[in-house]
Each structure stands twice: as structure tokens, then as C-alpha cells.
Design a protein around this ligand. Sequence first.
Ligand SMILES: NC(=O)c1ccc[n+]([C@@H]2O[C@H](COP(=O)([O-])OP(=O)(O)OC[C@H]3O[C@@H](n4cnc5c(N)ncnc54)[C@H](OP(=O)(O)O)[C@@H]3O)[C@@H](O)[C@H]2O)c1
Length: 337
Amino acid sequence: MTDGRITTAKLGDDGPEVGVQGLGCMGMNFGYGPSDADASRATLERALELGVTLYDTADAYGAGENERFLSPFFKAHRDELVIATKFALSIPPDDPTRRVIRNDPPYIRQAVEASLKRLDVDVIDLYYMHRRDVNVPIEESVGVMAELVREGKVKHLGLSEVTADELHAAHAVHPIAAVQSEWSLFSRDIETNVVPAARDLGVTLVAYSPLGRGFLTGSFATAEDLSSGDFRRQQPRFTGDNATANGALLKPIRTVAEAHGVSVGQIALAWAHQQSSLHGLPVIPIPGTRKPTRVEENTAATRIVLTEEELALLDPIAAKVAGDRYADMAFTSAGRE
Ligand SMILES: NC(=O)c1ccc[n+]([C@@H]2O[C@H](COP(=O)([O-])OP(=O)(O)OC[C@H]3O[C@@H](n4cnc5c(N)ncnc54)[C@H](OP(=O)(O)O)[C@@H]3O)[C@@H](O)[C@H]2O)c1
């Protein structure tokens, strides 16, 4: 279970082959409470040994600290991996606790230079717009992103949490390799419009928070189980009555996990991977972890195949989830579709 390398999938029509599961690096020093830097570094190395080649970060994770932390690992293995980072969540100089969405061309140019510097690399393999600034036409923003490709600063373009219409408009300006959106047993709103649009356009779906931010592993039951600096304490799904109701939804996942002799988290990931054949497009889940044993467990989930009966048992879960996936859904594709 712990030594097999994972298979690969393509990142867009023109992009590279990457491991079919990526690694979310956000929690390594941002958002999810205290971290052990040595364990995170060991996690990165173990992931690479197991065939994980797509590493996900963003300039907003720890105001650049996440990119800085990852830089030595990226540089040591530059030719073996694909670096994905993002722009758009800017920090106003007068209030470092706030984030303002910016997609305007001068901001994008400034953001890419800052990310290249922090990462200390010549080129970013996959550069995402993290969130849509609805005050700037997407064609204008993607136009500048396309210039970055022509200038050799960026290889491929991605969009995060966009609607199907936004994806179509962007793709008409420049091919989009990947859309990154939340997709899990608990969050399936993108299946209505975004997933079919991605399939039609040859865009890969990168599924973030495939473990429901950890809730689908059963490792915490409510926001109160999390440390004081953990931003999940504010998330509607993990507080009060919602947490209790959502905890009960893990029961069918446990039933399937017991049948396979695996963990509930592995069933959540197997479900996410299986969406690729069900929807007919490449799907690359990017579970986040800071522990080498968990990256072994998570990559092993790529080899689990769920039966039609098991999929049917898991199917009703998402519609019963209590609480939005964000406090402000306007920042997501579901909030605009
Ligand atoms: N585009 C966007 O707007 C956006 C938004 C959110 C996240 N992301 C990206 O997506 C990545 C993944 O999302 P996420 O981290 O929010 O959620 P996730 O992958 O659904 O869950 C991560 C949580 O699950 C825990 N975990 C992982 N594997 C586990 C296992 N085998 N057993 C028990 N617990 C396990 C992790 O704890 P440990 O770390 O302690 O193992 C962490 O607390 C992020 O790192 C980030 O790169 C993007």
C-alpha cells in the first residue's frame, strides 16, 4: 500500500503529464494551525517518490511565506515537478488581515514578479487566477496572463472558482489548462455547469479540498476540535448544529471504507478520482497534508475502485450537507452561476 507510484493525467490539451493526484501545500504554514516544517519537507519528498508531481501553492498563503517555504524543494527537483501558484488575493497595506480580489493587469504583472522572486525560479509552470474580480472583464485579465506565457514567465494558465461562462470567455482568449475548484463528496455544485464546460474545452479539473478540508477523514468533528489559529473554525459547515448534522453524513462512507478495509478519507479520495471516468475529463485531486504517512495513504486511494452500488450509496450525501462551503459564496463559481 505504501510503495506504488501513482499513474498520470494530462494538464489540459497542451500541458504536461502529471501525477493523477497532486499535493496541496497550503496547510504547511498557513490556515490550518501549527505545523512542523521538517515533517512538511519530508511530506514533499515522499510525495515525489510516490509520483506526485503537481504541487499547489498561492501567493496568498501566508502572504508569500508558503511560496518561500516551498522554494528549496522546488529548486532541488526543478525538472521532476510542476509548480502551480496563484494570484488575485491582494493584501491591503493598511490591513494585513484583509484580502482584496484584484484581476487588473498592473496587479497581475506585479504579482507574477513577486511569486517568481519568492519561488526563486525562472518560470511558473501553471499560473492560476485565484478568484474572479467581477469589476475586470475576464478577457482583459486572461489577455495579460497570455502575455506572461509569451514572455516566458509562465507556461500554462489556470482559473480557480470560475463559472462555466467565465471559463468559455477566458478559453477564447488563451487555452486554459486547468480549472481548480472545490470538489468532494460534500461539495458538488461544479458538476452542473463547470465540469461539462471543462470537458468540452479540454480543460483538466483540479479538485481542491477533496477531503472536505479534513472533515471527510473523521479527524475532527467540530470547529472546537481545531486550534485557535485554524481558519476552519469560522467555516459554516464545521460549527454548531451543522457540524453535528454533517458528522452523521459520514456513516455511508464508513460502510464503504469497511468493505474495502481502508480509511474513510481514502474513500473520499477514491470517489474524487473516479469522477474522471464518470464525467469524461482528467480530474486531479490535490489533497493537502503535512505528514508523509498521510501522503502514502492518500496516494494509495488512487488504486481503489468503487462499485456502482457504492457510488449510489455515496451519491445523496452532498445534497444533505448543512452550511455553505464559504461564509461568502459570492467568491465562488456557485455564488455567480
Ligand atoms: N483554489 C482555492 O481557492 C483553494 C482553496 C482551498 C485549498 N486549495 C488548495 O487545495 C489544497 C487541499 O485543500 P485543503 O487543504 O483545504 O483540504 P483537504 O485536502 O480536503 O484536507 C486537508 C486536511 O485534511 C487532513 N488530512 C489530509 N490527509 C489526511 C489523512 N490521510 N488522514 C487524516 N487527515 C488528513 C490535513 O491534515 P494534515 O495537513 O495535518 O495532514 C488537512 O487538515 C490546499 O492545500 C490548497 O493548495 C485551493
